[in-house]
Design a protein around this ligand. Structure first.
Ligand code: COA
Length: 177
């Protein structure tokens, strides 16, 4: 049986606002790169910190928002919020129609594809837009950064200095190496 033809959009217009969700434990230079490049497409980006992540977090949701504001506080086009529950429910409550996600590797794609499809099924009016992470950041993850710092390494170039200091303080009990 032929699969049901997806409904084509009735009107074509540009979405001005996108949501960039994640666990951000913490925000890295890879995330920052996606947000800055996202601003070439959207007039406003809402960085949304998921409260109910299954990951073991180093930072509280409020600390994550504070770190995002430390980096983007002077940029009026970027705001930071937390959300609980399904992302698509939050999008609906805020009338946001585009989810922005970064793809680092092919292995990211499979999972991201599943999540995007599930979100689309739950909220057909919300689309996911993927941006390729620049190669300089494709090896970075928040977990890897935490391990580097925990083991006495430097995360310079991978995370802003203010965030590296906060990580050092949490993980090692001191701000400087
Ligand atoms: N550069 C470098 N690293 C990046 C990156 C980039 N551009 N983008 C992501 N990463 C890293 C992150 O640091 C993170 O590393 P970690 O796994 O070591 O913590 C990893 O890639 C993935 O992180 P992130 O992009 O934050 O995604 P996530 O999988 O942690 O969060 C949510 C996914 C929160 C968006 C998703 O789970 C969600 O929407 N949850 C709400 C509940 C919901 O709606 N669920 C239904 C889904 S069907």
């Amino acid at each position: 049986m032929p699969s049901k033809k997806p409904k084509e959009p009735q009107t074509i217009h540009c979405e001005k606002k996108a949501i960039y969700p994640g666990s951000f434990d913490p925000l890295t230079n890879g995330h920052i790169n996606i947000i800055k490049r996202g601003l070439m497409v959207f007039e406003e980006i809402v960085v949304a910190v998921a409260r109910n992540t299954t990951k073991k977090n180093l930072f509280t949701p409020q600390e994550k928002v504070d770190m995002i504001n430390d980096v983007f506080g002077k940029e009026p086009k970027v705001s930071a919020v937390t959300f609980e529950g399904l992302l698509v429910d939050y999008c609906r409550s805020e009338n946001i129609k585009v989810i922005l996600r970064g793809l680092r590797t092919v292995s990211d794609f499979e999972f991201e594809f599943q999540v995007a499809q599930a979100n689309k099924q739950m909220a057909p009016e919300v689309d996911t837009l993927f941006m390729m992470t620049e190669s300089a950041y494709s090896h970075i993850s928040s977990t890897i950064l935490k391990e580097i710092i925990q083991l006495g390494g430097s995360a310079r170039g991978m995370v802003p200095a203010t965030i590296e200091r906060r990580m050092r303080k949490k993980l090692l009990g001191r701000a400087k190496r």
